[in-house]
Design a protein around this ligand. Structure first.
Ligand code: MN
Ligand code: MN
Length: 398
């Protein structure tokens, strides 16, 4: 059986010198039985946790690369929801690929849909209750927000097609349970379709039958974006706001030598009233500082690079895990956490919240803002030492 050290390091090893402690720890962590070496190598901080880890923290790691991939002509999809990651009750994620010209079928659902393009280009449409049709093209790094109930489509543009990540403000969301146009048509009596559309039965007979379309291959649009915008303006109202956000060309909200943070929420992307985000880039050797969020749990998607995170939910519990690209992380409401770039390239990840605005509490800013006597009394540090703690808004540290 595998063994790992989860006891209080102080009580286990407190009386030992540093050197003896390391040797003892090494012996105690020996692991002669069966093991899944690939998983252990992916997650060294689970295999041999830092001695500061302790107690029970609910699982906060999953990977899209462990999920079933629904592949059909035109692309594929897979998802990480409460079924895979039970702690995440507010947010679910879907990763989807569309090949050249392929569509994600016209549909709607109960949750709001936030998205980031991971590769390639797409043309999206969303129809809102005021009768407006919004159309735009998005590229790698750009976002969209489709409000709950507003029907929408996504079509891949260009030779390489596209891939994107969808984030829903509903933990038990399922891509298998969206409301599809072809599904509804198939389940409506033909005479009702005739009356509703004012079409003869020969026309109704052409409508799609069999399995719902869901993802299907098609031709790329013949018209340019401008031409399609002009075309729909003849039949639909003009959109009052944009449902896309060009995060790829956005100036970072915060930037320093350790990386940058792009905050996108209702303040700069008014369509996104219920989902707030931060797109974080951490340079090699740098870290996202110790902090927490006062307004919701954090759902993460790791786009690039690798890192480790310790989550501290209180009650003497803490757990450290490693993350790689295409992994999902989760931080329960209010839990303290940091993220360290453990690789040799930029680490890029998303911090997602069901919230109007992105909010955080920085441990450093808090300690520096306290009256000096209070800070000294709690830390045993001198005033001079406390003044060395970074001050100001510095979410990323060298
Ligand atoms: Mn959708
Ligand atoms: Mn965070």
């Amino acid at each position: 059986m595998s063994s790992s050290i989860t006891g209080n390091p102080k009580s286990l090893f407190g009386a030992l010198s540093d050197e003896t402690y390391r040797a003892e720890r090494h012996a105690s962590a020996s692991n002669p039985g069966p093991k899944n070496l690939a998983l252990m190598q992916l997650n060294p901080n689970s295999d041999v946790p830092p001695p500061t880890d302790h107690g029970v923290v609910e699982p906060f790691w999953y990977s899209f690369d462990l999920t079933h991939r629904r592949v059909q002509e035109g692309g594929w999809t897979h998802q990480v929801t409460t079924r895979e990651l039970p702690a995440s009750k507010d947010i679910a994620g879907v990763n989807m690929r569309l090949t050249k010209g392929s569509f994600r079928e016209l549909h709607w659902h109960l949750a709001d849909e936030w998205a980031i393009m991971l590769s390639g280009k797409a043309r999206v449409t969303v129809f809102t209750p005021d009768g407006a049709m919004f159309i735009d093209d998005v590229s790698e790094g750009d976002l969209w927000l489709f409000p709950a109930g507003a029907p929408h489509s996504i079509q891949a543009l260009g030779e390489e097609g596209c891939e994107f990540l969808l984030v829903f403000n509903q933990g038990n969301f399922s891509e298998e349970s969206t409301l599809l146009l072809s599904d509804w048509l198939k389940h409506t009596p033909p005479e009702i379709l005739q009356r509703n559309f004012g079409l003869p039965i020969e026309s109704i007979a052409k409508l799609p039958k069999g399995e719902p379309l869901y993802i299907f291959s098609s031709q790329e649009p013949e018209k340019s974006l401008d031409e399609e915008v002009a075309e729909v303006a003849r039949h639909a109202a003009k959109p009052k706001m944009s449902y896309t956000f060009k995060a790829s060309t956005m100036k970072p909200t915060k930037e320093g030598e350790a990386g940058n943070v792009k905050v996108v929420d209702s303040r700069n992307f008014p369509a996104s009233q219920k989902i707030a985000s931060a797109i974080v880039t951490v340079k090699p050797g740098c870290m996202r500082e110790m902090h927490w969020h006062p307004n919701g749990s954090e759902w993460q998607y790791w786009l690039k690079g690798k890192g480790r995170m310790t989550v501290f939910p209180g009650q003497e519990a803490a757990r450290t895990m490693d993350f790689n690209a295409n992994d999902v992380g989760f931080v329960s409401n209010m839990a303290g956490h940091y993220i360290e770039n453990t690789g040799d390239e930029d680490l890029v990840f998303l911090e997602m919240f069901v919230a109007l605005e992105f909010q955080e509490i920085s441990l450093n800013r808090w300690l520096r803002a306290l009256p000096e006597q209070a800070a000294r009394a709690h830390t045993n540090l001198t005033a001079a030492e406390i003044r060395k703690i970074p001050e100001g808004d510095r979410p990323l540290l060298r």
